[in-house]
Design a protein around this ligand. Sequence first.
Ligand code: ADP
Ligand code: ASP
Ligand code: MG
Length: 410
Amino acid sequence: MPIIVQKYGGTSVADGEKIKAAAGRIVAAKEQGYDVLTVVSAMGKTTDALYELANQVTSNPPVRELDMLVATGEQVSIALIAMAIDALGYPVISLLADQVGIRTDTSHGKARILSVQTERIYSEMAKGNIVIVAGFQGVSENDDITTLGRGGSDTTAVALAAALKAARCEIYTDVDGVYTADPRIVPNARKLDAVCHDEMLELSSMGAGVLHSRAVEFAKKYDVPLYVRSSFSDEPGTVICKEVSGMEKVMVRGAAISREDSKVPIIGVPDQPGVAANILQAVTKENICLDMIVQNVGHEGRTDFTFTVARSDLKTTLDVSSTIVEEIGAEGVSADDSIAKLSVVGVGMRSHSGVAARMFSALAARKINIQLISTSEIKISCVIDDDRAEDALRAVHDAFELGEDGTLTV
Ligand code: ADP
Ligand code: ASP
Ligand code: MG
């Protein structure tokens, strides 16, 4: 039988009624002739509540224990979904990541999946069981519980779909699909029928929380047919695929903001070869990803060196940077949490100029100051004041005519 993988996010399993509705959709897929594997996230805001609980005990929880705690949310929801399916009269089994064999590296809180076992899943399917797997969690090479980062259940689903060569992977969530921007912030955002892998990868990495970026990486690498759909309707949703017709004609496909980053300026850095490498090596040795990296033009032998990191990595970044500041004889390091990153994404940018000018003019018209800029072939990002983030997103969305009224083509 062909295999279908479905994933239900937190809002889709937020209470008993929603769990029963999800169970109904899962058995409907079984009735259509699929072997069904479902990945489930923690109910509602459970994961937030678990992080908050840790925070009440200590401001600096050991990362291993934090994963041990936050991974529990998914155990509750898989058991409840399995009970709801059982009540409908279908054979079902719930499994934790450990029982499936989802192995990850040891980076607690942002672990990467290294391998996925399929034996247990196939043997349960052979018995006729619908298989329910806990999202977000894995087991490290040291046999410790890990988590894949916020939103990581999407990645569990796509990784399993890839390993099982599933016919399709459906991500059920609380919106109808992928929009040109977060529809909760931009009221006239438009639902996209299709988005290509490269654009979705950039949108997800740049803050479009609707899909975890590593899920898109898996879908691209293993050619998993991936759909984002609403768990509250039967609309077809958005397909994430290799190519979208006429995709080069659209200058910008979508826009996103990320409010999870911090800016770290290192001031008065000696303007000599090798200094930037020293700073970057020290930070990346701690398994921290730097995003935007900017070095100013030097004056009198010194320069300023600024980068952004995820807010969750800020403390470690500052610890490491303080040491390196002393070693290289820089003047100091500080941090700014009140920033947001605004990005526009589109493969059409490869062949068309004027995107940056249009974006920056839209921001200038609203007197929004740009602090840092970075570009790639299909993306322009800038750091702005966090207070202006939503306003800025609406401004660029309008500037590229992304709304219901049409897309700017060139
Ligand atoms: P789930 O719990 O189902 O995984 P998430 O909250 O992780 O749901 O993701 C869905 C949310 O992503 C939506 O409610 C929406 O606010 C947000 N979002 C951000 N950017 C986009 C976008 N471009 N398209 C659709 N939704 C988006
Ligand atoms: N429950 C986890 C979170 O809230 C994983 C997920 O929802 O995908 O981030
Ligand atoms: Mg999510």
